[in-house]
Design a protein around this ligand. Structure first.
Ligand code: HEM
Ligand code: HEM
Length: 186
């Protein structure tokens, strides 16, 4: 069956759902107030939830770069008939999600680098000195930990709205928008 007009290609679908799971897991494992504890001298390597949060967050960054590369060569995404305002708001939401998928991890690296915290990842990987250090002029521009926390909250809210919209398409409008991200029937 030819599904190019009704469904996203398998790689786009796989990368979409892997990213969604990783973002939600990173958020859930984003231990409350761990920024404050890091500033009080906590060694992040001693906390599995911090290590998991940073590893999942970097996985999101890697998956997003891969998706953006794939976006340039993949088959065209399916298109559905809908009013212009709806098409425009879907485009705007996707654009914001793409932007947040990039800036959430970047702001985290700025927070670690400018506050002098090590990057700690699963498998015992530890990078004590990130290229951006506390003396960098970037450090004084913002409290990057707060900026990162705010952007992390924003991506969750926006993806929640995006998921509700996909469900409304499926349940109320009964078009193929949600099915486009699911495997086609055999
Ligand atoms: C999609 C990915 C991510 C999401 C949704 C996310 C979300 C969040 C949220 C909501 C907070 C605030 C937690 C609180 O209430 O204190 C936070 C804090 C933090 N996250 Fe992430 N994060 C992501 C990726 C990353 C990455 C890639 C890293 C590091 C490699 C990271 C490191 C941190 C650190 C160090 C803090 C504490 C910041 C501070 O206050 O100094 N995060 N994250
Ligand atoms: C953190 C969670 C999520 C993020 C960051 C996210 C992000 C995105 C992005 C960037 C796209 C454009 C994909 C592309 O062109 O390849 C997209 C499409 C889509 N997403 Fe999500 N998504 C998330 C969760 C969800 C959930 C939970 C659902 C369903 C309940 C969903 C349903 C869809 C659908 C149906 C499309 C295709 C929409 C269309 O073509 O207009 N997403 N998502």
């Amino acid at each position: 069956m030819n599904t190019t007009n009704t469904h996203y290609d398998p790689l786009s679908r796989a990368l979409h759902w892997l990213t969604a799971i990783a973002v939600i897991a990173a958020f859930v494992l984003g231990p409350e107030h761990f920024g404050r504890e890091l500033r009080q001298g906590l060694d992040p390597a001693t906390r599995w939830d911090i290590v998991a949060h940073e590893s999942l967050g970097l996985l999101v960054a890697a998956l997003t770069l891969l998706r953006l590369l794939w976006l340039t060569v993949r088959p065209a995404a399916p298109r559905f008939d809908m009013p212009a305002w709806m098409h425009l708001s879907a485009k705007a939401t996707h654009g914001m999600l793409w932007l947040l998928l990039l800036v959430v991890p970047v702001s985290a690296m700025l927070a670690l680098g400018t506050e002098g915290h090590p990057l700690t990842l699963l498998g015992g990987i530890r990078v004590n000195e990130l290229p951006i250090n506390a003396n960098s002029s970037l450090a004084s521009l913002a409290d990057w930990g707060d900026v990162h926390g705010l952007l992390g909250d924003m991506i969750l809210w926006l993806s929640g709205i995006h998921a509700v919209a996909a469900i409304v398409h499926h349940v109320a409008l009964k078009d193929g928008v949600l099915r486009a991200m699911l495997p086609p029937p055999r």
